[in-house]
Design a protein around this ligand. Sequence first.
Ligand code: NAD
Length: 480
Amino acid sequence: MSESESSDASVVDSTQEQSKQVLEFDYSDTLHALKRYFSSGSTRSYEWRKTQLKALSDMLSKHEKAFNEALYKDLNKCKHEAYVTEIAFLQSDIKHTLKHLKKWMRPQKKSTPLVAQPAKSYVKSEALGVALIIGAWNYPIQLTLSPLIAAIAAGNCAIIKPSELAENSSAILAKLLPDYLDKKAFAVIEGGKDETSALLSLPFDKFFYTGGEQVGKIVMRAASENLTPVTLELGGKSPCVIDKSTDLSITADRIVWGKWMNAGQTCIAPDYVLVLSEIRDEFIEALKSAIEKQYSADPKTSEEYGRIISQRHCQRLASYLDGQKVIYGGQIDMQTRYISPTLVLEPDSDSELMQEEIFGPILPILSMPSKQAMIEFINKRPHPLAAYLFTKDKDFEEEFVERVSAGSMCINDCSMFMLNHKLPFGGVGTSGMGRYHGKYGFDTFSHEKSVMSRSFALENQFRYAPFTTFKKFMINRFIG
Ligand code: NAD
């Protein structure tokens, strides 16, 4: 074979390889099968939704051990943390949904203005169709199944794409979900960027994405092609403000819990602390002793302390410490993906540490001269996913709630709002759009259809031409 023939052959090979890849990642048949099933109406009934939710609950209880093992392999997540933040969280989500589902499904009656009477007005929630749920790796079971619970409650079908970074959790979901859920309504597709891109090119009826801002933009661009409605659960730098009136010891315990759970890989973990200068050193001492109380002086030996998801993320976090004043921790073991709880003092606002979302066990501490300066510091930056304030000063609390914009807020604690199914969860601005949890999740996966049902009685002629002066007078009186 000549040189040019051989290079032609390799071009053909690589083209065939590529088209094979494209074929491999063509999920349109799966989507169309789910769409057909959705159109059959099988997913509309309360009974079907209840059966799916109960099956999901069964799967979680029967395979809790397997989920725990997967979470341990992916993130070194200890059994207790796995239970509280993933399994029990989801069970409680299902329980709440089952308790309220009938009520949520009921049409909501609305009053009818005089001009349209006699008629009945109501809002009927209807499922959107087939949703694509793209999960995240940090709480890989919770963040994949919680949107699925909402999608099921609203009567949708779905393709579920767990995060490839938490590979063991992804594998267990792919193995178990088809055994428990209606296979005609749900499919799990594993994979990374290529598989997700192939999915995003299809005409889904809803995209629900949890992850970082950059991919969020890709999802939104893809959504615009088919005008697919989109919910983006993103992240950002969540501030934590410490006022001098706070109880420092309880504050420190709660911050250590919220920050170092899952080794800092929590989208709503405090990203940085702003503390009034006069109590900075006292606060730091309280924080150090709370870290040692919860994870011991050598957290590497603590069974409760997690590991970073990948070496790439470990390197990213390590690079944030370059040139910073590390006042506590800073131990890094790339091999085992370990980074100890680390405190950085007064980082430069322009440094990567203060520009990027940390999403790891490093906590920058910045002292501030006044309460006003703390609020201004936060408000000069993009809206965070969560904002925290520790204070006993009710006026400051009120001002903080009024002036600081954030997806969610917690005063005198971290992350606890997640436990209240009655509160919506979602970002604002660059931290995301849309929300879920409880009824908000049901609404996110529904279209609220307005219905007015009129009767043939009391037909009036006012709205029909010809528009006489009397008709105009009557119309102005009733509509204007
Ligand atoms: P990521 O954004 O890199 O990946 C998330 C998903 O996107 C994965 O399923 C992946 O397969 C897919 N993906 C990656 N690259 C892609 C591409 N180029 N095209 C199409 N799909 C692609 O995840 P991440 O950024 O490492 O996640 C961390 C971020 O997620 C943080 O910002 C965190 O705050 C945020 N987060 C938010 C929440 C929330 O509930 N709001 C929860 C967890 C994490």
